[in-house]
Design a protein around this ligand. Structure first.
Ligand SMILES: [Zn+2]
Length: 350
C-alpha cells in the first residue's frame, strides 16, 4: 500500500473523502469554488509538544515554513497568522473533541508518535497515513481547517516537511493533481522533481514535494490572486465532451508547455473536466504565457477516496471511473497571452 496524503472532507454533499489536480479547488458547489474569505488573515494554532523526534520548536518552525511556502507565491495573496494552541493533544478522543469544536479555530495537530492516527483509523495505519487536512465550511466559505501531522515518520524530515506543504495546500482549498503520475513510482528518484506537491500519494523521492511545481503555483494563484496574477498568467478554457456530445465529468485535462517545440516535463498545468460541477464538461487551465498542447486522460483508478483527483472521484462508483475516456491528444498548438483567455471550444475525448 502506498502512503497517502489524505484529505478528509466533512462535506458529504460535495467531496466525501478528498479532492482535483492542484488542478483546482478541493470543494465546490455547483459553479463555485468554496474558498477562504481572503479579506481576513487566516489564523491557525499549532498543537503543543514534539512531533516524534522533532522537538516542539522545530516542529513549529516546519509548520510555519510549510504554510509560508504557499503564502510566498509571488502571484498570490494569502495572509497567515500562526499561534500556539494551549495544549498537547495526545489521544484520538481528545482530537475528535477539538476537531469538532469550531470555537477552537484552525488547528495543526502534531500527532507525536501516531497514536491519534491509530485511534482514528486503526492499528498499523500510522505507517500509511502521513497526515491529513480538512477544510471546514460555513456558508460559501472555508472558515476553518483541521490538519494532523503524523510524528511516526519523523525520522525523515524531508518527508515531514513535504507532507506539511501538501496538507496545508488542502487546508487552503486545493485539490490533488495527477500530473506526471507515470514518474511517481517508476523507481527513478531523479525525475520526481516533476511531480507536483499536490500529487495524491508518495513517489520515489518525496523530498521534492517540499517545493511547489508550476501547477501548484498556478492554482493557488488562481484561487487567491494578487495584482500580479493577470500579468503572469493566462487561461486555456474549453469543454470536454464525448462523441455523443455528452459532457465528460471528471477526466483530467493537461496543458503541456512547448519549449523550443518540445513538450516540457515541468511546465504542465491541469484541470479536471467539469471541475466546478456545472455538468457541461468545462475546464479552465491557468498557465504561464506561451505555446501549449492539450491532452485528456482518465483519472487513475488509485485516485479515489482519500487520494481522489477531482470532484467525481470520491469512490470508484462515481463519474470519473464510469465509461472512462481513453487518452486523447489534441494536436493543435495553443497560444496563451498573459491576462487573456484562449477559448479552445469543445474538445471531443476518445
Ligand atoms: Zn492530499
Amino acid at each position: 500500500m502506498s502512503r497517502q496524503f489524505a484529505i478528509i472532507s466533512v462535506i458529504a454533499c460535495v467531496i466525501t473523502q478528498a479532492a482535483i489536480t492542484a488542478g483546482g479547488p478541493t470543494q465546490v458547489e455547483r459553479g463555485t469554488a468554496l474558498l477562504w474569505n481572503n479579506d481576513h488573515p487566516i489564523a491557525y494554532k499549532i498543537d503543543k509538544g514534539p512531533l516524534g523526534k522533532i522537538d516542539e520548536a522545530k516542529a513549529r518552525t516546519f509548520v510555519e515554513e510549510a504554510m509560508n511556502t504557499w503564502a510566498q507565491v509571488t502571484t498570490t495573496r494569502l495572509q497567515l497568522t500562526p499561534s500556539q494552541l494551549g495544549e498537547d493533544i495526545k489521544t484520538a478522543t481528545r482530537y475528535l473533541t477539538v476537531a469538532g469544536d469550531a470555537s477552537v479555530g484552525s488547528i495543526v495537530v502534531l500527532d507525536n508518535v501516531g497514536d491519534i492516527i491509530k485511534g482514528l483509523y486503526g492499528e498499523g495505519q500510522e505507517v500509511n497515513i502521513l497526515g491529513f487536512a480538512s477544510p471546514r465550511l460555513s456558508g460559501a466559505h472555508v472558515t476553518r481547517f483541521v490538519a494532523l501531522m503524523n510524528g511516526f515518520v519523523s525520522d525523515d524530515h524531508a518527508m515531514v516537511r513535504s507532507t506539511m506543504v501538501h496538507e496545508f495546500g488542502h487546508a487552503l482549498g486545493l485539490d490533488h493533481t495527477q500530473i506526471n503520475s507515470g514518474l511517481a513510482k517508476n523507481g527513478d528518484p531523479s525525475d520526481d522533481e516533476f511531480i507536483p506537491t499536490m500529487f495524491p500519494t508518495s513517489g520515489d523521492d518525496d523530498s521534492t514535494l517540499m517545493n511547489l511545481n508550476p501547477d501548484d503555483v498556478a492554482w493557488i494563484s488562481k484561487l487567491y490572486p494578487n495584482d500580479q496574477f493577470s500579468k503572469a498568467y493566462g487561461t486555456i478554457r474549453g469543454k470536454l465532451i464525448r462523441k455523443d456530445k455528452t459532457p465528460v465529468l471528471g477526466a483530467n485535462v493537461v496543458a503541456i508547455a512547448l519549449l523550443k517545440g518540445r513538450e516540457d516535463s515541468m511546465m504542465r498545468f491541469s484541470c479536471v473536466s467539469d471541475y466546478l460541477m456545472t455538468s457541461d464538461g468545462a475546464f479552465e487551465i491557468v498557465v504561464t504565457p506561451g505555446s501549449y498542447k492539450l491532452f485528456a486522460e482518465p483519472i487513475l483508478h488509485g485516485f479515489a477516496g482519500g487520494s481522489s483527483v477531482g470532484p467525481y472521484a470520491a469512490s470508484l462508483r462515481e463519474a470519473s471511473f464510469k465509461n472512462r475516456i481513453k487518452l486523447t491528444r489534441f494536436p493543435s498548438s495553443i497560444s496563451v497571452k498573459a491576462g487573456e483567455v484562449t477559448d479552445v471550444g469543445t474538445l471531443i475525448a476518445q
